[in-house]
Design a protein around this ligand. Structure first.
Ligand SMILES: CC(C)(COP(=O)(O)OP(=O)(O)OC[C@H]1O[C@@H](n2cnc3c(N)ncnc32)[C@H](O)[C@@H]1OP(=O)(O)O)[C@@H](O)C(=O)NCCC(=O)NCCS
Length: 403
């Protein structure tokens, strides 16, 4: 590392940053206008060797739903190091500095490999479910959809109609990232060379009796004709339906598409209600995937940022090797919307590291899971179960997109 400088990126370095990340991930990262507009150089760190960018990490300014609230969260992406410079500590320098500098109290990311981020205090905070559904096995769905309830939108109309639905979902479910206007444009961009043989994206919407759009699905079809006949594929990219009728109608439509044999979807929640809508839930062929990794960068602000399902009054002994200000005893009290978290000299009830605190932050994993392996220790009898209950949340966290 001695010859390598780590510094904030400059606006003109967007192409270089893209090239390093694309090269590391092995995809064509040819920059486009929207990508350029979404680039935040002041929130990007580069590692430079002999004037050449050889490592990058970016933080995107976005909001995230957490239990009972929506907060700012650094959305970390673009982590890559040129293959010629790997295993020399470049990523460690970039990620360490980034975590110490981001102004948000939490950082989140999707990991390309599980083994990478634990060493920096990140923890898997949400699981996701991937479906590969063989449609003939799921059995009949009984929903009756009235004419006029379903329709399609153009991208221009979708840019106006869909954002409020995502915000409604954020109020229901933790783990959902917000999108700016530009972020929506990027999300709905449909470059022909990125379709992988699938058709153009369809923007399917459901309307309530008053004609108001109350749910949508983004999906693509792919024609397939086998020796035994039609076997088309439906690739669902996103389904947001905070309203139960819209949820049922959209799923029924997608599960009963003519000539189709398969439906795939990569962003279901572990408590996805879909299983109630089919006669054979095991035929959904669910796979548990890693989803959001989360790192708390500021303990008091992070813990005050969310809500707790039952009142809590606990002193946590937290250790953090990377961010010293997170190490110490913190007194957390919560009752409804009144939440306080302050440093204290009082004896601790529970001891844990920043990693376990990150893992339970979105309410998707219980503290007891970590107590079972000794990573959380109870100093005051009874506080483990109380704190586990308080940190839990009735709706499982789920992230809808890899950013
Ligand atoms: C992952 C990547 C960024 C690591 O960069 P790097 O500069 O080689 O990482 P470092 O040298 O700082 O490694 C720090 C530690 O992490 C370990 N590590 C790095 N990459 C790892 C991986 N993919 N799996 C497991 N451990 C890994 C190193 O062995 C090292 O461990 P040590 O301190 O015990 O020796 C780089 O290999 C890369 O660009 N990979 C392809 C793109 C990618 O996966 N990016 C992440 C996107 S989410």
């Amino acid at each position: 590392m001695s010859d390598i400088e780590v510094r904030t990126a400059e606006a003109a370095e967007f192409e270089a940053v893209q090239a390093v990340f694309g090269g590391a991930m092995m995809f064509d990262a040819t920059p486009d206008d929207l990508g350029r507009q979404l680039f935040e150089p002041e929130r990007t760190l580069v590692a430079v060797d002999g004037g050449e960018v050889i490592g990058t990490t970016r933080a995107l300014t976005r909001e995230l739903s957490v239990p009972g609230a929506v907060v700012d969260a650094a959305h970390v992406t673009g982590v890559g190091v040129r293959a010629t410079h790997r295993r020399r500590g470049v990523m460690s320098s970039l990620i360490g500095r980034q975590l110490r500098e981001v102004p948000e109290a939490i950082a989140v990311l999707w990991a390309s490999e599980s083994a990478i981020y634990g060493r920096f205090g990140y923890a898997g905070a949400a699981w996701g479910i991937g479906y590969e559904i063989e449609l003939h096995r799921v059995g009949p769905t009984n929903e009756r959809i009235r004419p006029g309830e379903l329709g399609e939108l153009t991208v221009d109309d979708a840019l106006k109609e869909l954002p409020p639905l995502l915000r409604r979902l954020q109020a229901q479910r933790p783990g959902v990232s917000g999108r700016s206007d530009l972020g929506w444009q990027k999300h709905l961009q449909d470059k022909p060379d990125e379709r992988n043989g699938r058709l153009a994206r369809q923007i399917l919407v459901h309307r309530d009796e008053a004609g108001t759009i109350d749910g949508y699905a983004l999906w693509r079809g792919k024609m397939n004709w086998t020796a035994t006949g039609p076997a088309n594929e439906v690739n669902l990219e996103e389904l947001v339906a905070p309203d139960p009728t819209a949820y049922r109608a959209l799923w029924q439509h997608l599960l009963t598409m003519d000539l189709s044999a398969k439906l795939s979807y990569g962003y279901a929640a572990v408590d996805e209600p879909l299983q109630q809508l089919v006669s054979t839930p095991t035929a959904l062929d669910r796979r548990l995937n890693e989803s959001l990794w989360l790192r708390i960068t500021d303990v008091p602000r992070a813990l005050q940022g969310r809500r707790y399902v039952v009142p809590i009054n606990v002193v946590l002994d937290v250790t953090d090797d990377l961010i010293q200000s997170n190490t110490g005893h913190f007194h957390l009290t919560a009752d409804g919307d009144t939440v306080t978290c302050e440093r204290t000299d009082a004896p601790a009830d529970l001891a844990l590291s920043i990693t376990e605190l990150g893992a339970v932050y979105l309410g998707g994993r219980p503290l007891t899971e970590f107590a079972a392996t000794g990573r959380v220790t109870e100093q005051t009898p009874g506080t483990l179960n109380q704190t586990t209950a308080a940190f839990g949340w009735p709706v499982a966290p789920a992230s809808l997109e890899i950013f």
